[in-house]
Design a protein around this ligand. Structure first.
Ligand code: NDP
Length: 333
């Protein structure tokens, strides 16, 4: 069995030498444990933060130890009640071929109800982030003008479409290529979209939303956040979900220069973590599951094959190689 270890803490962009693919023995499950052959591994932007040795909402990855993250696999041995060989489970020990998981930390999922990759994306953590962030944290209401950055990614693509389905009057997205911009408008039903690499975000946003915006869903931070604050109307709200533009920064990043606008416009900027909103899960699964079945919600996945390409998939995610959820697929044997 092979697993990825962090062997040095990256400075700036992670380098291949900061990681090692290590060969280990396949373990036997002890009481209450299951052995899982991982089939799909998630790579997520938050993993960059776990590579730093700083105090955060989650402890950092340890050096010379396997990294972890969302994964779905098939149970190949079980010493736990209620989980049988052949079951499929969602769990938190990705970045490896075989995972020894406490059954209490695994959730049995049904491949007949949704493709296994959906449990990592559209019906999983990123989907919940979109749903909770837009509807609860930003309190999007019918008639709002909504702007989302990182709009062709897993979270962002779902945010824009949920906004449309919940009656936003106008949905605007930004992404990093002409092809992604086309996807947003032609397939996801955004009213307008722009490539943030084509020119200043504030100017492109003003052209796309001449009367301003009510809600901003921030996946990017930096220039995007400042531009959105400039565009928010009275009582506007922003859900601060991530700031991927600065995850590889080596120096502290300057904040938005226009926070003074928050007073007169009575703005709310609110950060959140999806973990705090798990009470919404039943509602999320019912509503998003329904839209998926009806074909009213579209989603893409970018699938990279092989454990040896797990790191490259993660780096590709930071570069924007993905459209929709980035996933690593492993062979069943
Ligand atoms: P995505 O699928 O959106 O992938 C990341 C995308 O970020 C890339 O595809 C790339 O697209 C874009 N990107 C990279 N660098 C930049 C940059 N400098 N400026 C603008 N865009 C950039 O990932 P997720 O959907 O998984 O995550 C989206 C955001 O949500 C991240 O910030 C993540 O940290 C956050 N998040 C927060 C959670 C929470 O609980 N708060 C939970 C889950 C995710 P492009 O080609 O458009 O540049």
């Amino acid at each position: 069995s092979r697993e990825w270890h962090l062997v040095a803490r990256p400075q700036g962009w992670p380098a291949p030498d900061d990681f090692a693919l290590v060969e280990t023995e396949v373990p036997e499950p002890g009481p209450g444990q299951i052995l899982v052959r991982n089939l799909y591994l998630s790579v997520d932007p938050y993993m960059r933060g776990r590579m730093n040795d700083v105090k955060s909402y989650a402890p950092p990855y340890a050096l010379d130890a396997p990294m972890h993250g969302g994964a779905v696999g098939r149970v190949v041995a079980s010493a736990a009640e209620g989980v049988a060989v052949g079951d499929h489970v969602l769990h938190g020990l990705g970045w490896r071929e075989y995972a020894l998981v406490d059954a209490a930390d695994a959730v049995v999922v049904d491949p007949a109800r949704a493709p296994l990759t959906a449990y990592l994306g559209v019906l999983g953590m990123t989907g919940m982030t979109a749903y909770a962030g837009l509807l609860r944290v930003a309190a999007m209401a019918e008639g709002d003008v909504v702007f989302v950055s990182g709009a062709a990614g897993a979270v962002g693509g779902q945010v824009g479409q949920i906004a449309r389905l919940k009656g936003a009057s106008r949905v605007i997205g930004s992404a990093g290529s002409a092809e992604k911009v086309r996807l947003l408008v032609e397939e996801y039903g955004f009213d307008a979209a722009f490539n943030y690499k084509d020119g200043p975000v504030a100017e492109q946003l003003a052209a796309a939303a001449p009367d301003g915006i009510d809600v901003y869903f921030d996946n990017v931070g930096g220039e995007h956040l400042e531009a959105a604050i400039g565009a928010l109307r009275v009582h506007g709200r922003a859900a601060l979900c991530g700031a991927i533009a600065q995850y590889n920064a080596t120096e502290p990043v300057r904040g938005p220069r226009n926070l003074g606008l928050m007073v007169g416009r009575r703005l709310t900027l609110r950060g959140f973590l999806v973990h705090d909103h798990q009470d919404l899960r039943p509602e999320f699964v019912r509503e998003v599951g329904g839209w998926l079945r009806d074909g009213r919600l579209r989603h893409r996945e970018t699938v990279v094959e092989g454990i040896e390409n797990n790191l490259e998939a993660f780096l590709g995610l930071l570069r924007g190689d993905n459209t929709g959820k980035m996933i690593v697929a492993l062979p069943a044997q």
